[in-house]
Design a binder for this molecule. Structure first.
Ligand code: ATR
Length: 470
């Protein structure tokens, strides 16, 4: 009870409605909870059978719910599995309390019509379905459920639990849902995948979205490190764009393209899908085609067009310090990042040299773009103006490493594509030996600004992005 009252206080400014999971509170005092909430409340005793902790008898449960009703609860949650007799008994004896009729499932049910019909009982004021999502396309069940309810003018909630279901918690209004659940600030979640109410309101502004809100997002796996939601949502807000940016963790790109992509206006693509996505797009711009990797997708008519803002983002960051035309750039690495930077630097007139720990890969990259590859052990003997780290060395959590350590860098310009941490070991060493250094963070900011231009139609200033990220 003490913890509950604390959580009410901390989420008070953000919540329009409180749900009290009485099955998770030792000796719940419904009257004190409702008094503290000063808002409409839902009283819930989730049973063990539906993933909660309540294990008392049905008669006891009915007594708890009726007590809550007499104390003035606006809503109680009644599980459909308790049967219609239970529901009728409650309704016959209740005060003004309304009923949320709910069903909680482990997996995604096959037949949405059947699930809907089962819940569409006259005595229910709100129909709620919650299930566990294990893939991105599982969110579509919630949308279909909500659209059935909307057609029949019923209030409903459709929630996919777990990280794969996050979007259903955010997009509910766009799909006609009645309400969503969030965890209290700093409190623990009562269901897997719940977002803190502060994030829900201040970042996603979930309560202000509507049927004409355009949906954007980021696809990849994992997405725990992705900063996109914290950047693009505030940019939408500042530019007064009716749009939202969600996380869509994706395992199966084909399924995602078939089921989820048709709902989206565009999205960012991150590891490991930057190359896989290409086969599902209707067109690519020149940069994406040449690099063979896409980090941004935009809807074009019925299809989708892929582009790549990583490459220009990196070169813009470097050219903020000095133009690369006619200069020599040594790129370390031969993966996707190296390829993007090598392509763009070459396009802007730099003389590009590629070196990689596995020499064969450097040679193959160089051959494709008609550049020169040099053996890793010969790096010391090469003359260059720009040094670019496009390997993953130095990236968190292994921050105490640099791809090269004993090369003289005085007077050179050193760029590290690694942006976490901002000050990599390579950059720290380079600075000490008198080089000009550019952080990967600058590339991140540039590529995000270019992405935002595709989403919003206007390039945000870097100062704005910096302010938001800080
Ligand atoms: P990305 O798409 O981000 O470029 P990647 O394709 O996995 O990621 O490429 C990682 C790059 O970092 C590769 O060039 C890799 O070298 P190998 O081709 O020899 O694997 C490089 N890399 C990773 N760890 C390294 C290390 N300890 N020393 C040197 N290079 C390393």
């Amino acid at each position: 009870m003490r913890e509950s009252l604390k959580q009410i206080k901390s989420s008070f400014p953000h919540a329009d409605l409180f749900e009290f999971r009485c099955d998770l509170i030792r000796k719940p005092d419904v009257s004190s909870l409702m008094r503290a909430a000063k808002r409409p409340c839902i009283i819930t005793y989730r049973t063990v059978q539906e993933g909660g902790k309540y294990s008392g008898s049905r008669d006891e449960l009915l007594a708890h719910l009726l007590t809550a009703s007499f104390l003035g609860a606006h809503y109680v949650d009644i599980e459909r599995r308790l049967g219609l007799r239970f529901l009728h008994e409650f309704v016959r004896r209740r005060g003004d309390t309304r009923v949320i009729l709910s069903r909680h499932m482990c997996g995604v049910p096959r037949d949405v019509n059947r699930v809907y019909k089962d819940l569409d009982v006259a005595e229910a004021d709100v129909l709620k379905v919650a299930y566990r999502a294990t893939g991105a396309s599982d969110i579509m069940f919630a949308k279909e459920f909500l659209s059935l309810a909307k057609k029949r003018k019923r209030r409903a909630m459709g929630i996919a639990m777990g990280e794969y279901g996050e979007a259903t918690r955010v997009l509910y209004r766009i799909w006609g849902g009645w309400a969503t659940f969030a965890s209290s600030n700093g409190g623990i979640e009562s269901a897997e995948g719940q977002l803190p109410v502060r994030t829900m309101k201040n970042i996603f502004r979930a309560d202000t979205l509507n049927a004409s809100t355009r949906i954007f997002g980021v696809t990849g796996n994992p997405l725990s490190q992705s900063k996109g939601i914290f950047l693009h949502n505030p940019l939408f807000r500042q530019s007064k764009t009716n749009a939202v940016y969600c996380r869509f963790p994706v395992k199966d790109v084909r399924k995602f393209m078939k089921k989820v992509a048709p709902q989206l206006s565009g999205w960012s693509v991150t590891i490991p899908h930057k190359e896989t996505i290409i086969q599902y797009l209707s067109s690519l711009d020149r940069t994406a085609k040449e690099i063979g990797a896409v980090n941004t997708v935009i809807r074009r008519g019925k299809g989708f067009r892929g582009t790549n803002t990583d490459a220009p983002g990196a070169l813009d960051a470097i050219e903020q310090v000095r133009r690369v035309k006619g200069k020599t750039m040594l790129i370390l690495g031969a993966g996707g990042a190296a390829r993007a930077i090598a392509f763009e630097a070459n396009k802007r007139g730099a003389r590009v040299l590629v070196a990689n720990r596995t020499e064969r890969k450097a040679q193959s990259l160089a051959r494709g773009l008609k550049l020169s590859a040099i053996p890793w052990k010969d790096i010391r003997n090469v003359q260059f103006d720009f040094l670019v780290n496009a390997t993953s060395v130095g990236m968190a959590p292994k921050t105490n490493a640099a791809p090269i350590t004993t090369i003289p860098l005085r007077g050179k310009i050193v760029f590290d594509a690694v942006y976490n941490p901002r000050d990599t070991m390579l950059l720290r060493q380079a600075k000490r030996s008198g080089a000009r250094v550019i952080s990967g963070m600058e590339m991140y900011i540039n590529q995000a600004a270019l992405q935002s231009k595709y989403y919003i139609g206007k390039l945000p200033s870097k100062a704005t992005i910096r302010r938001i990220l800080e």
